[in-house]
Design a binder for this molecule. Structure first.
Ligand code: AMP
Length: 401
């Protein structure tokens, strides 16, 4: 089964082609950036290692999908003899509201949900829909499957997803915790259970997805029971440029005293805060913050300390929510690559059952692995996430049904 995975953003289109019958091999992948802006370019690579990187004349998502498929079937650098070999297209979609709780074939009804979800994910859902419609135009007859970031969290109980606000705001205005990064949390918690060997239904797992965006999820028996991101991906731990949890009264105070508009607040909390705002060196990349801290920059050292401390607090609160813990998983850019971050998150948590093996923690590897000591009551793992592969697997499972 050949699956094309599409991740359509506001000005980018990422695509990956998988052969699910050949050990889920990536046949080719590519990224078109700055679509509709000056300087549009495409990177493409096939499984033979042939690479292409050049400016391309792509004005919209439809032209992007057309170019991607032209490359996939190109006699020289392509990997398919004909487009009809593609069995299905899996789309990364951010918001499925309360209506979509699992991967689904895209129908007119599903598109309506996507449009409704645009109210809560204005930066993502409209572009996801454009990506689907581009595929419908370029690859007519090939089924499109939507894999929603929010779907894995649809199992959260009301006590986890409701805010302490008037109930009507939930009933009438859909204000609740939805959670994000669901495809990644689902994927890494599944791999963790396999690596552990005990049945997933018996396991209590916390997954820490620490990338540019970051979220922590409590998983019981393979289902999300709580997660740190909320109505939007702004809530929770501190991120590259996002504040994470703050006292909501800060918003009111700043708007009043500094005459800030909703747009100004949005920009401040989503784009100027997090380690970018705390570190003050103009970078939101944890590698830069770590390097500056190592050279003695006190603000960056403090930013790292706050970043790790907030993660630690979420781990503690989710251990309480789960009534204990079997496995803690670190994933995504910083979670997979920063041994110092992992050590600092777990520093002082021996009493809660975390015993890190420093040597294992220092190993760099693309493989899923255990980094705790054999006698650690809680197993600590690093599981590289792979959202594209997870979307391809979900798409294949929808198709098989
Ligand atoms: P992602 O969103 O999963 O692609 O993660 C990207 C982020 O991971 C980067 O912006 C960095 O903050 C972080 N990251 C990647 N590699 C490292 C590393 N070796 N050490 C610390 N942080 C890293």
């Amino acid at each position: 089964m050949i699956i094309l995975v599409i991740n359509a953003g506001s000005s980018s289109l990422k695509f990956t082609l998988f052969d699910m019958d050949d050990d889920k091999k990536v046949l080719a992948n590519g990224l078109i950036e700055r679509i509709g802006i000056e300087g549009t370019s495409m990177k493409y690579q096939n499984h033979k290692g042939e690479k292409f990187q050049e400016p391309v004349p792509v004005k919209n998502a439809r032209e992007g999908v057309k170019l991607a498929t032209d490359f996939l079937t190109d006699p020289k650098r392509g990997v398919l003899s004909k487009l009809e070999d593609i069995n299905a297209i899996g789309h990364r979609i951010v918001h499925g509201m309360e209506k979509i709780s699992k991967p689904v074939t895209v129908t007119p009804e599903v598109k309506e949900v996507l449009k409704e979800g645009s109210l809560l994910a204005p930066l993502h859902n409209p572009h996801n829909l454009v990506g689907i419609e581009a595929c419908e135009a370029v690859l007519p007859g090939v089924p499109n499957v939507g894999v929603f970031d929010t779907a894995f969290h649809s199992t959260m109980p009301p006590r986890a997803y409701l805010y302490g606000l008037p109930y009507e705001l939930y009933e009438n205005d859909h204000i609740r915790r939805y959670g994000f990064h669901g495809t990644s949390h689902a994927y890494v918690s599944g791999i963790a259970a396999k690596l552990d060997g005990r049945p997933a239904k018996d396991l209590r797992i916390i997954t820490a997805h620490l990338g540019n965006g970051a979220s922590i999820t409590a998983v019981r028996g393979g289902e999300s029971v709580d997660t740190s991101m909320g109505l939007t991906p702004l809530e929770g731990v501190i991120m590259g440029t996002r504040s994470g949890d703050i006292d909501p009264a800060i918003v009111i105070h700043l708007m009043k005293t500094k005459n800030l508009t909703p747009g100004d607040m949005d920009n401040l909390l989503n784009k100027k805060s997090g380690v970018l705002g705390l570190g003050g060196i103009g970078s939101s990349d944890l590698r830069d913050i770590e390097e500056a801290a190592n050279k003695g920059n006190a603000k960056c050292a403090l930013a790292l300390d706050i970043y790790a401390y907030r993660i630690k607090k979420y781990i503690g609160s989710y251990m309480a929510a789960l009534g204990g813990l079997d496995i803690l998983v670190f994933t995504a850019g910083a979670g997979e690559n920063s041994n110092t971050l992992r050590a600092s998150v777990l520093n002082g948590l021996e009493g809660l059952g975390f015993k890190l093996d420093p040597e294992k923690n220092n190993v760099r590897s693309p493989e899923p692995r255990v980094i705790s000591a054999p006698d650690s009551p809680v197993k600590v793992m690093v599981i590289p996430t792979n959202e594209e592969l997870a979307i391809a697997e979900f798409t294949a499972s929808v198709l098989k049904k």
